[in-house]
Write a protein of this length. Sequence first.
Length: 668
Amino acid sequence: MASEYKYDEEGETWPFFVLAILTFILIPLTASWIYRAIYASDVKSYNASVKGAIVVDDQGLKVGNAEQISAYQRQRKSAKIFNKTLVILIIGWALVIYIAVYATKEADLSGVFDPYAILEISSSATEKEVKSRYRKLSLKFHPDKLPKDLSEKAKEEMEATFILINSAYKALTDEVTRANFLQYGHPDGRQEVSHGIALPKFLVEGKYSPIMVVLYFLVIGVLLPFIVGSWWSNVKSHTRKGLHVETAALFARKLTDRNPATVVTPETILDWVLQSTEVQTTFKHLSTAEIKTLVEKHFDRDFEYVKTNPSLEADKVRLVALLPNLINGLLDIVVVFRHIDIIVAAQDLQKAVIQAVRPTGKYQELLQLPFVDPEVVRKQPITKLGKLFTLSKEDAKKTLGIKDDAQLDAALNVASHIPSLRIIESEFKVPGEEVLPPSSKAHLSLKFLVKSPKLKSIPEISEDRLKDEETLDYMKDPTYANSSQPELPFSYAPYFPTGVRNHWSAYLILQKDNRLVEGTTDYKIEHIDLRNLELSQEVWKEGKESDVTIGSYNIALNSPTPPNAGTFHFRILIKNNAYYGADVDIPLFMDVENPPMKVLPKIVKEEVESDDESDISDPEEDSLAGALAALRGEPPKSKKIEEVEEGESDSESVFTDINTDTEDEGDS
């Protein structure tokens, strides 16, 4: 039986088909691998990420578990670069290059009829140019003009070319032929449609056809379902934020079943997190008590056991690196429940994990610094970083329990670059309005100064610098400028194994029930200009516009303002994810007022007032007072009648001086 398909016996099509499939798979896979490789290279080393801070490796100021952290970072970076994906990419692109260089042939476009290309003329050629070119080609390819010494194959090719030239000429000059070409793309009219397969015939209908059937079954019936099933299983087993569904269910149960009278502390949050599926499956060889012991040793910066059991330290580093992601997943769920006390506990636990400090106590601001002695710090009265910078160098060494001058300089340098926010204005606003109207779409405007602990007091800032420029973008979306400031750097956390971007999370709280405002979320403040941290006390105190930078952040409210006028009480809680002493908690007042009545112009006001006086005649129909009278249903005076009456009165006044008593004159 004759074949119904046209096969690619010459190998002109299938290489391009294979190249298309390979590139369709390899290009997104390569982009994904490059992104992960770049992210892996961004893993924080022990260098401080704040400007001017120490490079601990160069000065020999290494933390106790520096080697284990370095090993974890190298392993993490290597796992993101040298993996199965890289092997697939190397093989795939090598195959693409081989097919492109050795297997592809020039495509045969003989089936495409283009009269201009056949006659080798421009598509804008005139009829005279077409005829001239046809005569030249006819003399060259006419069968009667061919040389006699040509081979039979050459003669056949020349004759076929001559036929093609005639067809092209007719397609451009003969009306019927040209109509066929324009309608069907060929001078002979509609052509037979053939179906092609981009494979050689022997692979489909020859002895190798069973192999193709098996390969087709493996790809379509096994490989594709496996890939899709694996992807779907991963999607179904994790939330959108990457939290395992069983862990998310665990957190939801903890929040639902908890006793409202029970106080949730950071230790409570730690117990919840350590019960997660991620921790239990990753550290199957450890009991829950052993896992918690590793976390407590991390809080205490205890590295003595590293020398005797380095494998436990490696487990501790992997465990610590996992905890912030789990805490963030818990925070996403807590926000839905609106429990601010649990949010505070979780945020404090996250800081403790990143800075390797106990989550509770009053000395965290000092204990988060590198090289401090916790026992010494807890026995002295100073608890704040700002107070630390009022001490002399010798007193600071005694306060922190640091004996080495280089370590003290490093600790103070880190302390001076820990940013804190000083709110100088917090106000609910509606763009274009002087007051906050009821049931309006408002936003919370925050203006603040970024302050270093070494800087004293707050400079005076003029009110003009706090005004928002009401541009068109601002009127449409007041939050558009939040991301226009520089992105915050990585936090200084030498005891934490991976890089952590510094940011603040803002929570809007309703004072009457101490819960998050319904419909709000945690607003991430990730872009802030930190240039104020480099200012001296003299420049900071003067507060010049060219030197002191004012930060701003606008929070769009998801719900409209209350429908009735009044004062409503809120709080704004701003928690830093990595540093102690950088949190903000201030009260807010939402003063909802009815918009003031618009004042009428003086002329309008006089006309309205005169309209209310009963002893004044009806207003004219084409005046403003007349229009107002018409709206009230009162008939205004016609202007035409009024003009006549005025004319009559004028006439009487004009003629009153004339003596009309003629009879008396005659008698006289």
